[in-house]
Design a protein around this ligand. Structure first.
Ligand SMILES: [Zn+2]
Ligand SMILES: [Zn+2]
Length: 508
């Protein structure tokens, strides 16, 4: 009896070991797949041998990030759909920029001028130079209105944007890879070169079947690469032109592309109060702010006046709080149907004496914590009250009332802000980090007090009344193109002449 059991146990043990090995193998990227993950910024550059550099956890995390960026469920598993990404036609530019230097100088920098020159140096074996020129002009015209830009074609000399076809190694350190996979890449300002892989069969959408997998549509790829040449980085919004994987057809820009252009060129684009026609055309970008739910309610606060108590990202949606109301946006300027609603109808179990929300954040496990006075209330992912307690349980001094709280995706720490000081809380240890509070001045070019702080699509934002800033976690300061106007970028509000005033850090 005992003998048969131990035999059975050994068999079970062997089976387990075997299954684990198979599972690990399935989930371990091949050397080619690991080099894809490195190339596009999901894994840090290896120091020597790959096997020594990456743990199974860091590889799974890289796969998760790649899945998230591509719009797949972030499981960390290399399933068939995920593996197919490695073979897809795509742009050769990195998806995620890590180093602070490149973040500052390679991404998100415009040309700093309104008229930009371009020159087509050659054609491909399947597309004549003259036709490339025509398609480039069409592609540039797609972007021009959103940056207030003009493009001028040059026949010789150096242009800002130089367009050429080349194959394999072509002298810039980013060799092409033959037919398929990487089809093009482009460099942001002030470099501006656009290279197309001459080993692709380039098609002219006008007279060919663009669904033919062997043909790559030049126009679709050109519109994307022009985005890079104007300073835009990749977007994880699948319907956007700046999504890194090849998609056809490209007909128009997505709101995400347009917002990217506005962030790069808005300062220059903003009209002085006299130019009414230009302003009218830009306003058409902003959908009218319809108050779907309780438009019969009188005295509903007007978000377009930048009156809000706080803003927070919860479950990948934007929650805006003002008095007893909450608005939910599924994306910037896209209000969810049925909102605004009253906070007590959304957060079930929130006591009635809590009449507004200033400090709210989402924990790592998805639960939501609301601070008010010296207390906190914790809600499940389904917005049911699960716990309540004293804010001092977080290690905060008794007399402190929080003004803002947010979970940073940079270090998975919770920042608890009270006026001009902040604490850093470690949820995994359930304890405050040492050396806090610190003065808000540690975050350069961020004003005090902030009304809201949140992480949206991987970036950290701070809000103060009509202005907001995007924060560079590596440089520990606000990005140089900020502040921008809160209401026009986040809420569906019409541009106004006053928003000019919000584009500086000066108080007005
Ligand atoms: Zn790209
Ligand atoms: Zn190149």
């Amino acid at each position: 009896m005992a003998a048969s059991c131990s035999v059975l146990c050994i068999i079970v043990l062997i089976l387990q070991v075997k299954c684990n090995t198979i599972f690990l193998e399935m989930n371990t990227p091949t050397p080619e797949e690991a080099s894809f993950l490195r190339r596009y910024g999901y894994l840090p550059e290896a120091q020597g041998d790959i096997d020594f550099s990456y743990t199974p956890q860091s590889l799974a995390e890289a796969v998760r990030k790649m899945q998230q960026f591509a719009g797949l469920p972030p499981t960390g598993n290399l399933d068939e759909e995920t593996r197919s990404l490695f073979k897809k036609k795509r742009c050769g530019v990195k998806d995620i920029e890590k180093s602070p230097r490149s973040r500052r100088y390679i991404l998100q920098q415009g040309w700093g001028k309104k008229t930009i020159t371009y020159r087509v140096l050659n054609g491909s074996s399947t597309l004549e130079k003259e036709r490339v020129r025509e398609l480039m002009a069409l592609g540039l015209a797609v972007w021009a209105p959103h940056g207030g830009l003009r493009f001028k074609q040059l026949d010789d000399g150096h242009a800002d944007i130089q367009v050429s076809f080349a194959s394999k190694d072509h002298g810039d350190g980013f060799p092409f890879d033959g037919p398929g996979r990487v089809v093009a890449h482009a460099f942001p300002p002030p470099h501006g070169a656009m290279h197309f892989d001459d080993d692709e069969v380039w098609g002219d959408g006008a007279d060919e079947d663009i669904s033919d997998d062997d043909v790559t549509d030049f126009f679709a790829v050109a519109v994307h690469e022009i985005g890079h040449a104007l300073g835009l980085s990749h977007s994880n919004v699948k319907a956007s032109v700046m999504y890194p994987y090849y998609q056809v057809p490209v007909e128009k820009l997505h709101m995400d592309d347009i917002l990217g252009m506005q962030e790069l060129y808005l300062k220059e684009e903003l009209p002085s109060s006299g130019e009414s026609t230009e302003r009218a055309s830009r306003s058409s970008l902003a959908p009218h702010f319809t108050q779907t739910a309780d438009s019969r309610e009188e005295d509903l606060p007007d978000l377009c006046l930048s009156h809000y108590d706080t803003i927070q990202a919860i479950h990948d949606k934007i929650y805006v709080f003002e008095e007893e109301w909450v608005w939910v946006f599924r994306d910037r300027r896209e209000l969810e149907e049925g909102y605004p609603r009253r906070i007590h109808d959304v957060f079930i179990g929130l006591p009635k004496h809590v009449q507004f929300i200033r400090a709210i954040y989402q924990k790592i496990n998805g639960n939501i914590v609301i601070f008010s006075g010296r207390n906190y209330w914790e809600f499940s992912r389904r917005f049911r009250l699960v716990r309540r307690g004293r804010a001092s349980e977080f290690g905060l001094p008794r007399r402190i009332e929080l003004t803002t709280a947010f979970l940073s995706n940079y270090n998975n720490r919770t920042y608890l802000i009270s006026d001009d000081h902040f604490w850093r809380y470690d949820e995994q240890r359930d304890a405050m980090d040492r050396g806090y509070p610190k003065h808000m001045a540690a975050w350069r070019r961020i004003p005090t007090p902030v009304e809201a702080a949140m992480v949206w699509k991987g970036d950290t934002y701070f809000f103060c009344g009509p202005r907001f800033w995007r924060f560079d976690n590596e440089l520990v300061e606000a990005h140089e193109y900020y502040p921008l106007p809160t209401a026009q970028v986040w809420f569906p509000c019409e541009p106004t002449p006053e928003m000019n005033k919000y584009l500086t850090n000066d108080e007005s």
